[in-house]
Design a protein around this ligand. Structure first.
Ligand code: GAR
Length: 195
């Protein structure tokens, strides 16, 4: 059974989708949900699901990302995860942190990468006049929102869409895609999944 730690920064809806998927004959189980924001709503959801939680507020560390990560790492290492899932985790990780989990860290990003790495993905897709948008699960490498793509799901961009309406449509697909990719990843399958 693979042990999965999940990093969040906010509401944690992707974390909940991942956690709910890891039951029965699923090859993985959640062992920790950690956040850089002690007020992240997802922490209470994880606790409610009986999962160990940790919060390491990044703000007191200022620009010292390595010190923040060292503290976070203590919690993560204590949980001995095989796989680390970034699920709406909004801190950029140092190359040293990424190297530690290279090949076993996944991220979900709300665009069809390589389009629109970074922020404001839905607004950028609408402004570009794209006919479709979507989400990507990829392995994390030191380059932001880069790394081998493990799966994508697509949605149409509709006339009159706002960033919020498009984000909501994409989020539904995120909740399908991430659990499906994690399951395959935990089984050692590395092929790409297109939903
Ligand atoms: C999700 O849409 C996720 O793809 C995005 O943040 C949201 C988190 O929602 N992640 C990023 O933008 C990472 N750069 P959630 O907390 O409800 O899962």
């Amino acid at each position: 059974m693979k042990r999965v730690a999940i990093l969040i920064s906010g509401g944690g809806s992707n974390m909940v989708a991942l956690v709910q998927s890891m039951t029965g004959d699923h090859p993985a189980r959640p062992v920790l949900v950690a956040s850089n924001d002690p007020a992240a709503a997802g922490l209470a959801k994880a606790e409610g699901a009986g999962i160990a939680v940790a919060a390491v507020d990044h703000r007191p560390f200022g620009a010292d990302r390595a010190a923040f990560e060292a503290r976070l790492l203590r919690h993560i290492e204590a949980a001995s995860p095989d796989i680390l899932c970034l699920a709406g985790f909004m801190r950029v990780l140092t190359p040293e942190f990424v190297a530690r989990f290279q090949g076993r860290m996944l991220n979900i990003h709300p665009s069809l990468l390589p389009k629109y790495p970074g922020l404001h993905t839905h607004r950028r897709a609408i402004e570009a006049g794209d006919a479709e948008a979507g989400c990507t699960v990829h392995e994390v490498t030191p380059v932001l929102d880069d790394g081998p793509i493990l799966g994508q799901a697509r949605v149409p961009v509709r006339p009159g869409d706002t960033a919020d309406s498009l984000a909501a449509r994409v989020l539904v697909e995120e909740h399908r895609l991430y659990p499906a990719v994690l399951r395959r990843f935990a089984l050692g399958e590395r092929g790409r999944l297109d939903l």
